[in-house]
Design a protein. Structure first.
Length: 400
């Protein structure tokens, strides 16, 4: 197929879903043109790679002043702020020009933030990858987020986002999300369940694979973007509620919090000599490879936790909260260990720290699980089915 891939940011190892779906679509023989809106300050490191893969890559810069104007516009037009963020006359001009000079079979549009970028696609069949239900996320933020700022933002935009997400299948012939909970949320809001499909995330099994590095038998690792409110809350829960229970029995255990842009709250956690806060690292893999246990104590969230899949792919045993693994079908107690309370999570951590054989068994089972169930090739195949459904639906409309 000839695919026009529309994205409100530059796909990269950070923007993992768009990056890997695009990569594997090309590997499967599709002809892909990428059109991206570049937010203020967005890194461009992945562009050379993207240009190798794609027929063409078109990048439209998006100024900070425009994003502010778009926010005001969203308030007056009753648009979710995330959707309004991406209004761009230059991007619309680019799309109209592309459609005049090239022919595409289908368009792939990613994320709520990219929804308005589809406005210039005309009659082209569209598959919209919502990824998550942002309404569901906002509801969880209002319930569980420790930050008043996060709660205020969620409260401000929840009603508009619910209205928009309830009509996604009116705007787009086919919609994808990463979990059944997100699918059900969109259906409850009014979207047609016949055209909302769960397409889980994968993990790059060549990139994330066990490394020949010695594991520190007393090291725990927590990974994620550490300015994100859900990760901040999870790290606080880990340090304040769980690690004291671990240290009571294993005082030499050391926790690494690894990820870019740590907030002031996270940086303060690093004042404890038993905790290291790394900030940005160029490569997450050595930290996962050298840890005895990867911990994900997500309190709230939507979609799928990539950090869990990546640790499992590295054969690092995972201990997590139920929320962190709710979107995958891994067998609890075998592929990963799940605790519903601080005490249960601490017991799992201590059990793994005390037993190298158990660490190896859980790590090996986790790797086997992602090999069998969470490949990007499988994800791309699901999108191919959605593309075909969108094309057929468009052909039927034209024939009427």
């Amino acid at each position: 197929m000839r695919i026009l891939f529309v994205c409100p940011y530059i796909p990269s190892h950070i923007r993992v879903r768009a990056y890997n779906v695009l990569r594997v679509l090309v590997e499967r023989g599709h002809d892909v043109t990428l059109a991206v809106l570049q937010p203020p300050g967005e890194p461009t490191d992945s562009l050379p790679e993207l240009r190798q893969w794609c027929r063409n890559v078109h990048v439209v810069p998006h100024s900070r002043s425009q994003t502010l104007l778009n926010g005001a516009r969203g308030l007056t037009q009753n648009l979710p702020l995330q959707a309004a963020y991406s209004h761009s006359a230059p991007f619309n001009q680019l799309i109209r020009k592309l459609l005049q000079i090239e022919t595409f079979d289908v368009a792939h549009v990613e994320h709520l933030r990219g929804a308005v970028l589809a406005d210039s696609l005309g009659d082209l069949p569209i598959v919209f990858d919502s990824v998550d239900s942002i309404s569901l996320l906002f509801e969880k933020v209002l319930k569980d987020a420790p930050s008043l700022k996060s709660q205020l933002i969620a409260s401000l935009d929840l009603k508009r986002t619910k209205k928009f997400e309830g009509k996604l299948t009116d705007r787009f012939p086919e919609v994808a999300v990463t979990s059944e909970a997100d699918r059900q949320a969109l259906i409850d809001l009014g979207s047609d369940g016949e055209h909302v499909t769960v397409v889980s995330n994968g993990v790059d099994l060549d990139y994330f694979q066990p490394l020949d590095l010695p594991r520190n038998p007393l090291r725990l690792v927590f990974t994620g973007k550490m300015s994100y409110h859900a990760n901040i809350a999870a790290a606080q829960d880990l340090v304040e509620k769980i690690m004291p229970l671990v240290w009571a029995e294993q005082p030499d255990a050391h926790l690494q919090i690894v990820g870019k842009d740590p907030s002031a709250v996270i940086q303060m956690l690093g004042e404890n000599p038993k905790i290291t806060v790394t900030g940005f690292v160029p490569d997450m893999r050595p930290y996962l490879a050298e840890a005895a246990v990867a911990v994900s104590t997500v309190r709230y969230g939507v979609g799928i936790q990539n950090k869990v899949l990546e640790a499992m792919a590295m054969a690092t045993p995972v201990v997590c909260s139920p929320q962190a693994c709710s979107a995958i079908s891994a067998q609890q107690g075998q592929d990963l260990l799940v605790g519903g309370s601080p005490e249960a999570i601490a017991r799992h951590i201590l059990s793994l720290l005390a037993d190298a054989q158990q660490r190896t068994a859980v790590g090996t089972a986790g790797r086997r699980y992602v090999e069998q169930h969470q490949t990007w090739d499988r994800v791309a195949a699901q999108f191919e089915d959605l593309y075909q459904r969108a094309i057929v639906k468009r052909e039927r409309l034209v024939a009427v």
